[in-house]
Design a protein around this ligand. Structure first.
Ligand code: PPS
Length: 620
């Protein structure tokens, strides 16, 4: 039986085209064929459309990544310890990786350094970079923590990052930059790039945690950096690692001028194939450091609370022109800063020294319009260049963090406090002096606040609070045990009481720098280990140089003897005398250089040496 539509079709007038359709529709077999063809066409169109959509969304991601807001789930950003590594394998972490890669192609610090660091940075370019970093992580909220030197502040158990403490010091991120305030608001500080980098790097490193031995430590001033230097020297020496040491037996890398690769011994002569660790004082310049160090190098540094730091610096560098005629730190902060001349040699120690050491222009007034902008730029650049920033006030926690980051053992990060001042030369500060210091060193203060916050974030995410507490107490136990074994009287003594002149730290300015006496009742092997723990910076640097470049070291010894025959003594006192003589020779050389360069802008390409002789040569 025919259905009504078919009858209707049959009754229509015929044309050549419709007759064909009619015939097709009227035959049952042909209808099936047509349906099949239509089905195939539909599937083909659907497949084509889906493929087009996928391609266009991928290209959108690639082109827009730097401008995308970071929308990753918080759990992925701050994974719990159990799923720490797995969480980062998510699609979001891939986007972060791509963002970081994009950011890594532009280094703000290098852009800043193009100007020799003395002039104003190219703000437009740098700000674009800061914005990128902000965009990367605006979804994050970091808890503000009270910043008080000497106190460990961990989140109370159960507290989640993101909950502010009433009255806590906080860092507010605004379009203009970072502002400091004391309130209970939540803050919206960008998740630092290095924080992300650390996570990303660790995705692979957790499973195959190999101890890292390519390391750059930016040795900042008066931040417990000599204690860290000692840790690095001991680690490297026991493993035969090669240090990127200052040329010609200097103790600093071209400081206070920007670091230059040719100032590393073995670079120009090409006598060293691979450097493992760079850790002496320098004014950081990433592009130059990267010329010397391998690509997989781990960069870290340490900051100290600018108030405590300024108090220490004022005593240690009392003889620099900025402080020389002042009666007290208050006197300097109240009056003498008006006469502060930033272009006078060594005056940089008096003003935003942290920013200076990291390679930024330290001459920023507290009321400068662009202060916040410059702080943001500095922070972004440090985030970009460093994997880890430690905090001197939390030294033990810092060591545990470092141990985890480098995949080292607890024994590797144990130390004795080096370069500490005797109580006699410490001066407690009045509260309003502290406020004046924060104002005078406004740039450093902002940098410190930022990294104090991110420090605790890293503790939470990389180690965990419980584990941190456990390991800190293990570290302290180990330290006590070592002190009982190694040290006479169990602790530091004034330099006048140090028996072995070769273990006496340099004395400078108005500070009395303490050292240690070895326990006389230990065997030879233990003695050698203990001695390394208490060897001061200059002596250890000298020793590493002699081990790495025995022939050059012999030549230097000979040259020094010729210049200062009265200092020819074969014992350790004689060795120290030699250091003194060499430094004194350098000092004269530097004075000569400076007088030649008077009224000229110091240029890294012109100067082949530095002013360390002025800084660390005054031996008692
Ligand atoms: N482990 C540990 N924990 C806390 N603080 C420590 C530690 N080791 C050294 N210090 C203090 O750091 C100050 C010396 O810093 P540096 O070694 O960086 O000084 S230097 O720039 O190399 O001269 C110096 O500070 P002041 O005593 O206030 O001057 C040291 O006491």
């Amino acid at each position: 039986m025919l259905s009504p539509p078919r009858r209707w079709i049959r009754e229509q007038p015929l044309s050549s085209v419709t007759s064909c359709i009619r015939r097709g529709l009227c035959s049952r077999r042909h209808s099936l064929w047509i349906l099949l063809v239509l089905l195939v066409v539909c599937i083909a169109i659907q497949t084509f459309v889906a493929r087009q959509a996928r391609t266009s969304s991928r290209s959108d991601k690639l082109t827009e990544l730097p401008h995308l807001r970071f929308t990753v789930n918080k759990q992925h950003l701050f994974p719990t310890r159990q799923n720490h590594w797995e969480g980062l394998h998510s699609e979001s972490s891939l986007a972060v990786k791509q963002n970081v890669r994009v950011l890594q192609t532009e280094r703000p610090s290098d852009l800043h350094h193009q100007n020799g660091g003395y002039g104003k940075p190219s703000h437009d370019v740098l700000l674009r970079h800061v914005d990128k970093i902000r965009n990367l992580a605006t979804a994050s909220q970091i808890e503000a923590r009270r910043v008080s030197p000497g106190k460990m502040l961990l989140l109370k158990h159960g507290n989640k990052p993101g909950l502010g403490h009433p009255g806590s010091l906080s860092l507010h991120s605004t379009r203009k930059g970072l502002t400091v305030g004391t309130d209970k608001r939540l803050i919206n500080t960008p998740i630092p790039t290095s924080f992300l980098k650390a996570h990303i790097n660790s995705i692979h490193s957790k499973a195959t945690c190999h101890p890292k031995s390519h390391i750059v430590f930016l040795k900042t001033h008066k931040t417990a950096s000599s204690t860290i230097l000692n840790i690095l020297y001991r680690y490297g020496e026991s493993r035969n690692l090669t240090f990127a040491l200052p040329l010609n037996k200097h103790s600093q890398l071209f400081y206070p001028f920007f670091f230059a690769s040719h100032f590393v011994e073995g670079v120009s002569s090409r006598s060293v194939k691979e450097f493992h660790i760079m850790c002496n004082h320098m004014r950081f310049r990433k592009s130059e450091v990267a010329k010397v160090m391998p690509e997989d190098t781990f960069y870290f540094s340490i900051l100290r609370h600018p108030v405590a730091m300024m108090e220490s610096i004022f005593i240690y560098y009392k003889s620099i022109p900025a402080f020389h005629k002042t009666h007290s730190l208050d006197d300097f902060l109240d009056n003498s800063w008006r006469n502060y001349n930033s272009s006078v040699t060594n005056n940089h120690y008096a003003h935003n020294i942290l920013a200076f050491d990291f390679g930024f222009d330290n001459n920023v007034a507290a009321d400068a319009e662009d202060l916040e902008e410059r702080a943001s730029i500095a922070i972004a650049a440090i985030e970009q260049d460093f994997h880890l920033i430690l905090i001197s006030e939390y030294f033990d926690e810092s060591m545990i963090l470092l141990k985890h980051a480098l995949c080292w053992s607890l024994e590797n990060v144990v130390s004795f406090k080096l370069n500490s001042r005797s109580e006699r030369t410490r001066h407690p500060l009045l509260p309003n002096t502290a406020e004046k210091i924060k104002k005078w060193n406004a740039l450093d203060w902002r940098i410190y606040l930022h990294f104090n916050t991110t420090f605790w974030y890293k503790v939470d995410s990389l180690v965990g609070q419980e584990q941190m507490r456990k390991e800190v107490s293990q570290l302290r136990e180990l330290q006590v045990k070592l002190a009982n074994t190694c040290l006479k009287d169990g602790g530091a003594v004034d330099p006048s009481q140090i028996k072995d002149a070769g273990l006496k730290p340099f004395q400078y300015g108005a500070a009395v720098i303490q050292g240690y006496n070895l326990n006389p009742h230990i065997d030879r092997e233990t003695k050698a280990k203990c001695e390394r723990l208490i060897t001061p910076e200059l002596q250890y640097t000298d020793r590493m140089y002699t081990q790495q470049f025995p022939e050059l070291a012999a030549k230097h010894r000979q040259a020094t003897r010729m210049v200062h025959p009265q200092r020819q003594r074969s014992d350790r006192t004689g060795m120290m005398g030699m250091v003194w003589a060499r430094e004194s020779h350098h000092r004269q050389f530097i004075r000569h250089k400076f007088s030649n360069l008077k009224n000229q802008k110091a240029s890294t390409s012109v100067l082949l040496t530095h002013t360390e002789g002025n800084n660390k040569t005054n031996m008692s």
